[in-house]
Design a protein around this ligand. Structure first.
Ligand code: KIV
Ligand code: ZN
Length: 528
């Protein structure tokens, strides 16, 4: 058995199923590029049957990220998800076939609870469908993954029969989802070991683990599955995903990396890209990373208690099992300042992996100069925040052109906001509110007039110091006519939209974040 574990990243599919993680196609493409730089083996780029836009986003990633004309360059496999029916599989193939290494990932539930209440199918009908649909997918694509959804709660004998049928029909990877995060590490590891040992044809396929974090055991379960013989692990950056999320990429990768004596297994991940990938996913999805999150949280490497600091000064090993620079955290050093020119900015952005056209670079440079006037040193994290915002604004219909806010303990908080409208004209409006953010959002609402509800508002500082950029993420819901297709639940649900803004003035950052979410909402509305 090989000691290489494939990293299958599902940030853009299962991760995007998190409430509010709705990403634009440009953001998905940029994240996919970063995932390739990170070194993941498989990028699950989306669920193409959900809508023509989803199909197009996966196709673009297959063309741009999953294709290299240089045969020596390592390119990731580009996978798409499909329910076990011909329409979904056709849509998936149409999207992924443009990659050098395409994969169709098809699934069907196997637990009695899903069969009875969701699929309304008998066990025999499930086996027949799996056999037919895996064979159908295999006739299109040489690389087919099959997942028995809710395997963690499925009858083991039945699971074995379904998996054997999938192998016979041509599946190349068998993925075992603990869809609802129900199992414990011993149980899940035992399940993987038993399936590998007893499923006819098991030696011809790669076994894969896919865990959810409902009981906080996703990472432990995935590692137990790997120790039991799985050689693919399905993960999402920052552990995002529906409910409590998916197994987090950074936790599994760093566990394998930090404890070689325990696992003796390798991945192809460039660990120094982890922090950057985490920041990009957080910025674009509008989902903040909790400060105490393992590996990528703001406090993961902070040693504040006096006794710890003393120990750290004597020897870093006293309280540190990993170096921050191993995950790319130490690289927040001064990079540019007030006197840096356009060329220096461009070179640093290229080093960071951003590919900006001339117009985008011009806009980024103007913003950079504006920031450098207020903030003495500009770190990589500041540049990433600036670019995240530029990315969002490049596609925005409504852009913040200016604002003025009065607030404090006397009088009513008042905001005056000027927006650049889609026709290039500007509009100004003023409003009072319970606080400066409320007043600002009311002034914006009175100009845009799109019904939406603010569900979440978060603010935090990107770097240290009094002149740090404040970063705001928001999540808003559209009206119930705006829905998204959930692959697993087979139902449509109300779409929510995340927004992101950064500025040295947090009220300005709040205005930008709200506008970026509203812009996504307006883009997603059907033409009237
Ligand atoms: O959790 C799950 O069951 C899934 C499958 C579609 C692989 O995400
Ligand atoms: Zn899942």
């Amino acid at each position: 058995m090989t000691n290489y574990v494939r990293v299958f990243d599902t940030t853009l599919r299962d991760g995007e199923q998190s409430p509010g993680a709705s990403l634009t196609s440009a953001e998905k493409l940029e994240i996919a590029r970063q995932l390739a730089r990170l070194g993941v083996d498989v990028i699950e780029a989306g669920f193409p049957a959900a809508s023509p836009d989803d199909l197009e986003a996966v196709r673009t990633i297959a063309r741009e990220v999953g294709h290299s004309t240089n045969r020596d360059t390592r390119v990731p496999i580009i996978a798409g998800l499909a329910r076990a029916n011909a329409n979904d599989i056709d849509a998936c193939w149409e999207a992924v076939r443009h990659a050098r290494l395409p994969r169709i990932h098809t699934f069907l539930a196997t637990s009695d609870i899903h069969l009875e209440h969701k699929l309304k199918m008998t066990r025999d009908a499930v086996v027949t469908r799996v056999r037919e649909m895996v064979a159908y997918a295999r006739a299109l694509c040489p690389d087919v993954e099959f997942s028995p959804e809710d395997a963690g709660r499925s009858d083991r004998d039945f699971l074995r029969i379904v998996l054997a049928a999938a192998i016979e029909a041509g599946a190349t990877t068998l993925n075992i989802p603990d869809t609802v995060g129900y199992t414990t590490p011993a149980e899940y590891g035992g399940l993987i070991a038993e399936l590998i040992a007893t499923t006819p044809g098991a030696e011809h396929v790669t076994w894969s683990v896919h865990c959810h974090d409902d009981l906080g055991m996703a990472t432990a379960n995935s590692l137990a599955g790997i120790q039991a013989g799985a050689r693919q692990v399905e993960v999402a950056v920052n552990g995002i995903g529906e409910r409590a999320g998916n197994t987090s990429l950074e936790e599994v990768v760093m566990a394998l990396h930090t404890r070689p004596a325990v696992f003796g297994l390798a991945t192809g991940i460039d660990t120094t890209q982890i922090a950057r990938t985490s920041r990009m996913v957080s910025n674009y999805t509008g989902i903040p990373v909790q400060p105490n999150k393992a590996i990528v949280g703001a406090n993961a490497f902070a040693h504040e208690a006096g006794i710890h600091q003393d120990g750290m000064l004597k020897n870093q090993l006293t309280y540190e099992i990993m170096r921050p620079d191993t995950v790319g955290m130490g690289s927040t050093q001064l990079v540019l300042g007030k006197h840096s020119g356009r060329h220096a900015l461009k070179s640093r952005l290229v080093e960071l992996g951003y590919t900006l056209g001339d117009a985008d670079l011009d806009r980024a440079f103007t913003e950079f100069k504006r920031l450098a006037d207020k903030k003495k040193v500009i770190a990589d994290a500041d540049l990433e925040a600036l670019i995240s915002e530029e990315m969002a604004q490049a596609h925005e219909l409504f852009v913040l052109d200016g604002m003025q806010v009065a607030c404090g303990t006397m009088g009513m908080p008042t905001a005056t906001v000027r927006l650049r409208m889609p026709d290039g004209q500007t509009q100004v409006s003023a409003a009072i509110g319970t606080g400066p953010v409320d007043a600002t959002y009311k002034a914006i609402d009175s100009i845009i007039q799109v019904p939406g509800t603010l569900l979440e508002f978060n603010v935090h500082a990107i770097t240290e110091g009094i002149d740090a950029l404040g970063q705001v993420t928001v999540r808003i819901a559209g009206t119930d006519t705006l829905q998204t297709m959930d692959a697993q639940r087979e139902e449509r649900r109300v779409r929510t939209f995340g927004g992101y803004g950064a500025d040295t003035d947090i009220i300005v950052a709040a205005a930008k974040a709200y506008l970026s979410a509203l812009n996504k909402l307006v883009h997603a509305r059907p033409a009237r």
